[in-house]
Structure formats: structure tokens, C-alpha cells
Unconditional design. Structure first.
Length: 277
């Protein structure tokens, strides 16, 4: 399964995705689900994928092929507005699903996929779109400034409570990591490592991009701090009338140990090749 979240705030965009895929209970692999299309100074796009892996890889490959072909009639580089790019990505997604279905390799298997597209074109504000399997799409809005695909329910509460258009970009990125961490904690089908990308409004490039493993200091500190703060918050909630008051828990007070984090999934050999390019 998958969990990806995109956040749109006044300062820019945040993208976060897990990397776990599975074909069966004992066939678990790591594949990148966050893909960057960057043309500095002109436009930048990030695509995150959920659903049939063959379909999403085909769709991403087609987007990249068209963008690198100067003779292509339509590509990520040929549109003036982001909503037009979203429509084009939807068309590529539908065509990829049809090709996967017609190949006959997936009889009885769903070839559908869902995408999150976000980015900025010079002269426009950043934007965020959810592209459905039928090719139609919806945009994030001030009332709903984030979009999710995959196993969304576990990581939704923190987004509902914190994310607003005026939220600082770095705070939005931390919320995205907490949202992924909460999902990983509750659902075995979503797993490490996590890919995170930040696009600051006006940069027209990916401002920050990292991959976080279970033992990455930043991720480990966010995981532990969030868990401890939550437990401390529960202890400081108003007491029931029949429960005697407890002394406040200080910042340095010892708390019960937490269950060990799950081991990070093995790395994807393709990531080493991508890093060398």
C-alpha cells in the first residue's frame, strides 16, 4: 500500500511519500513514489503516485520522455498554466492504465492509479492537484490545503488540526513527517524510508529534498519527540472527578520506554543509480 501527502501553504508546497510496495504478504520492496520534474527558473513539478506500480512507472516514464523531447507537441514544459498540466497528466495516466490493461498481463488485477501533482510555473502561484484514475482532477484550496492518496486515515488528524494556509512552510513539512510517522506506526503496509520535498514559492525549483530512514537523526528525533509530547499531553489533560491529581510531568521526567521502531525497509538499488546521475 502507499501513503503520500501534499500540502499547500502561502509559503509554498510540501510533498512526503513512503516507499513501501508489496505484491503479496512476503514480497515487500522499496520503490520511489515521489518524482521531481525540475526546470529551474521556468517551472517545477512534483508527482507522487499510489496504485498499480506498473501503471505509475509507465505514466512517470511517459511524462519524462515527453518533457525531454523538444519535438513533443505536448509535455510538462509546453503549458502556460498549472491546471492545463494537471489535465495533461490525467490524460497520460488514463492512457497508461489502458495500455497496462490491454497488455493482458494483469487479468483480474486492478491497473488503476492515483497521482498528486504539485508545482509552480513562472508567473503563477504554486498549486496542488489530485489526479484520479479517470483522469479528472481536483485542486487543493484554502479550506482544504492538503491532499492525500493511499492509506490516508491514520495521518489525517494532525493535518486537520495544524495545517492552515498561513502555516509556516517548515512547520508544514514537520506535520507531513508526523503524518507519515503516525501512518507507519499504525499500518504495516506503509513503511520507511520517507521521501520529502519542499518547494518554496518563487524558487521555481525544489528547495529541499531528503530521504529519511528509521535511523536518520532528524526522523528519529521527530518520532521520539512527538511520541513523548503526546504522552505528556495525555497526562496533563483534566482529571476525572474520582481520580486524584497527579504532579506535573517535567520536561526531563522519565517516561516508560516505547516499543522499538520497525526496521527500515531495504534500499532500492535504483536509488543509487539515480544519485549518480
Amino acid at each position: 500500500m502507499t501513503y503520500c501527502v501534499g500540502i499547500e501553504v502561502d509559503e509554498g508546497l510540501v510533498f512526503a511519500a513512503d516507499t513501501r510496495t508489496n505484491a503479496s504478504l512476503d514480497d515487500v520492496r522499496v520503490h520511489r513514489k515521489l518524482h521531481v520534474f525540475e526546470y529551474p527558473g521556468d517551472r517545477v513539478f512534483v508527482v507522487m503516485s499510489s496504485g498499480n506500480l506498473a501503471t505509475t512507472q509507465l505514466a512517470v516514464s511517459r511524462l519524462r520522455r515527453d518533457a525531454e523531447d523538444p519535438a513533443a507537441a505536448r509535455s510538462l514544459r509546453s503549458f502556460r498554466h498549472l491546471f492545463e498540466v494537471a489535465e495533461y497528466v490525467g490524460e497520460v495516466l488514463v492512457a497508461s492504465q489502458v495500455q497496462a490493461t490491454d497488455s493482458g498481463q494483469y487479468s483480474g488485477v486492478s491497473t488503476q492509479a492515483t497521482l498528486i501533482l504539485g508545482g509552480q510555473i513562472a508567473g503563477e502561484r504554486p498549486g496542488l492537484y489530485l489526479v484520479y484514475p479517470l483522469g479528472n482532477c481536483i485542486a487543493a484550496s484554502p479550506e482544504t490545503p492538503y491532499l492525500q492518496i493511499g492509506e490516508s486515515k491514520y495521518g489525517k488528524p494532525i493535518l486537520d488540526r495544524i495545517i492552515r494556509p498561513e502555516t509556516a512552510l517548515e512547520d508544514a513539512a514537520r506535520c507531513a513527517l508526523v503524518s507519515l510517522d503516525s501512518t507507519i506506526r499504525s499500518n504495516l503496509s506503509v513503511g520507511l524510508p520517507i521521501d520529502l520535498a519542499v518547494v518554496r514559492a518563487g524558487d521555481l525549483r525544489v528547495s529541499q529534498q531528503v530521504r529519511l530512514e528509521g535511523d536518520t537523526p532528524l526522523y528519529a528525533e521527530i518520532h521520539d519527540t512527538w511520541s513523548r509530547k503526546l504522552e505528556n499531553a495525555v497526562r496533563t489533560l483534566p482529571r476525572f472527578p474520582w481520580v486524584p491529581g497527579l504532579p506535573p510531568v517535567g520536561e526531563g521526567a522519565a517516561l516508560p520506554p516505547f516499543p522499538p521502531r520497525r526496521s527500515p525497509a531495504r534500499p532500492d538499488p535504483g536509488d543509487d543509480q539515480a544519485a549518480q546521475q
